[in-house]
Design a protein around this ligand. Structure first.
Ligand code: F0G
Length: 454
């Protein structure tokens, strides 16, 4: 059969709340033109993020009641630790309340001012947690990864020549190399095993540790299986294990491929780094067997990490994102090609050439999609990445609007509606206007900035 169906049925439902266009326009005004400040009840289809927004399985819900809430030595921690060790092979598993806590603990422990952390593309919190240590977050994705319309099977790959040049010149200033799988700010694009092996070889040559930002490791493994020669017969979990085996550690947000609503971890081989990280963990997150999480959260993550590598799930997951991408691309909407794993990224700069980057074409599109259809998306562009540590502002590498698909939440008719909404807004592109920022904090200004229409 050709039809790829949702590999689950629905046991518990939540009603959606319908609003009128006038109600949404008023809600957006109350939110200072920033969809992060909307009340979620005023959103019809919420594609703001795939983080923590997934539906848990009945097995996960069942696991909650079995959570062991002991402060120290909880049974749920040991179950969680075993699942993460089986997957990653890393000796040290440090739970955290979400991914950025793992980043903060790792970077605050090992980074010094003036150092450089290369990555394919740093995501917003990763970059901010490096910059707050007065170190530099450097993006080294391959050239194809910076060109939205260029099709390449592994647009998330890091440029190995650029990485080698950096290590040859500045080896002493690079405390670790990171690679993000899949590459979120570069369009949810995968990284090949060949590329990860190349990073491993360079890190061995220069004696530099290598960490994965592993939030979407399972989606990356599925792309490897589909696209990398010789991989079609391997299981996703086997491929994922090899990905982790090539690195020395990882940061992880369990809110993505942990299929959980909260949680994350830091895992690594190094005894010395782990000991220092645990010390900071106790200071800011909690005792090392809970790290800011409840015992039931650890149960949900352990089960989620097992479910996320199941083949029917990944086949449906990757196909359903591609389905939305195909629909809007066929209607002529410029998107990052090929579709990402967790999201479709509209090229707002290409769609709205009359709005210059410093008037935020991504915000114009995000806000129009909300007002017209009640669909909430997110800008990944000049607002998110255009303000620099020295206070200057320039155009982001791209101005994208991300439609992130929560895991196991929306059905095909919801996605059909989203495609119709995107095509409708694209047809009125000439009427969209830019924005200016009226107030914003630093860093991570996108979350709370206020906007006024021009
Ligand atoms: N790394 C990547 C690649 C991410 O996408 C995120 C979060 C994080 C780290 C931080 O994890 O949210 O658990 O602290 N991305 C979300 C998003 C928020 O919408 O893409 P966190």
């Amino acid at each position: 059969f050709q039809t790829i169906i949702e590999p689950f049925r629905i046991k518990s439902v939540e009603p959606l709340r319908f609003t009128t266009r006038e109600e949404r326009a008023a809600a957006l005004t109350r939110a200072d033109g920033n969809v992060f400040k909307l009340r979620a009840d005023d959103v019809l289809i919420d594609l703001l993020t795939d983080s923590g927004t997934g539906a848990m399985s009945s097995a996960q819900w069942g696991g909650l009641i079995q959570g062991d809430e002991s402060y120290a030595g909880s049974r749920s921690f040991y179950r969680f630790e075993q699942v993460v060790r089986d997957l990653t092979g890393y000796a040290h598993v440090i739970p955290t309340h979400q991914g950025r806590a793992a980043e903060r603990i790792l970077f605050h422990t090992i980074l010094k001012a003036g150092q450089i952390v290369p990555n394919n593309n740093h995501f917003d919190t990763t970059r901010a947690n490096i910059e707050v240590e007065e170190a530099e977050a450097r993006d080294l994705v391959i050239a194809e990864g910076r060109q939205p319309s260029v099709v390449h099977p592994f647009k998330g790959n890091i440029d190995l020549d650029a990485l080698e040049a950096l290590l040859a010149r500045d080896r002493d200033r690079v405390p670790l190399v990171m690679v993000t799988v899949t590459n979120n700010s570069g369009g949810g694009q995968p990284v090949s095993l060949a590329n990860l092996r190349g990073v491993r070889a360079l890190c061995d040559r220069y004696g530099t540790p290598f960490f994965l930002d592993a939030c979407r490791f399972a989606e990356n493994a599925w792309f490897i299986r589909q696209r990398e020669p010789g991989m079609a017969d391997r299981t996703p979990s086997d491929i994922a294990r090899e990905m982790f085996s090539l690195a020395d550690g990882c940061t992880m947000s369990a809110k993505k491929d942990g299929l959980s609503n909260i949680g994350g971890f830091l895992a690594m081989r190094s005894d010395a780094w782990a000991e220092q990280c645990r010390t900071l963990l106790i200071l800011t997150e909690g005792f090392p067997t809970y790290g800011g999480l409840a015992g039931y959260d650890l149960e949900a993550i352990a089960r989620g990490l097992e479910e996320v590598v199941e083949e029917p799930y990944l086949r449906y997951r990757i196909r359903s994102t591609e389905y939305l991408a195909d629909k809007v691309a066929r209607a002529g909407v410029p998107i990052i090609q090929p579709a990402g794993g967790h999201a479709v990224y509209i090229d707002a700069r290409a769609l709205l050439p009359h709005i210059p980057p410093l008037q935020y074409p991504g915000i114009a599109l995000v806000n129009a999609l909300y007002v017209e259809a009640g669909v909430r998306s997110v800008e990944i562009g000049t607002v998110m990445f255009g303000l620099h540590a020295d206070g200057t502002e320039s155009a982001g590498a791209l101005d994208l609007v991300r439609l992130a698909i929560p895991r196991r939440v929306y059905t095909q008719s919801h996605i059909d509606f989203v495609a119709e909404a995107v095509i409708h807004v694209a047809a009125m592109r000439d009427r969209l206007r830019g924005y200016r920022i009226t107030s914003a904090p630093r860093p991570l200004r996108h979350f709370t900035a206020s906007f006024a229409a021009l």
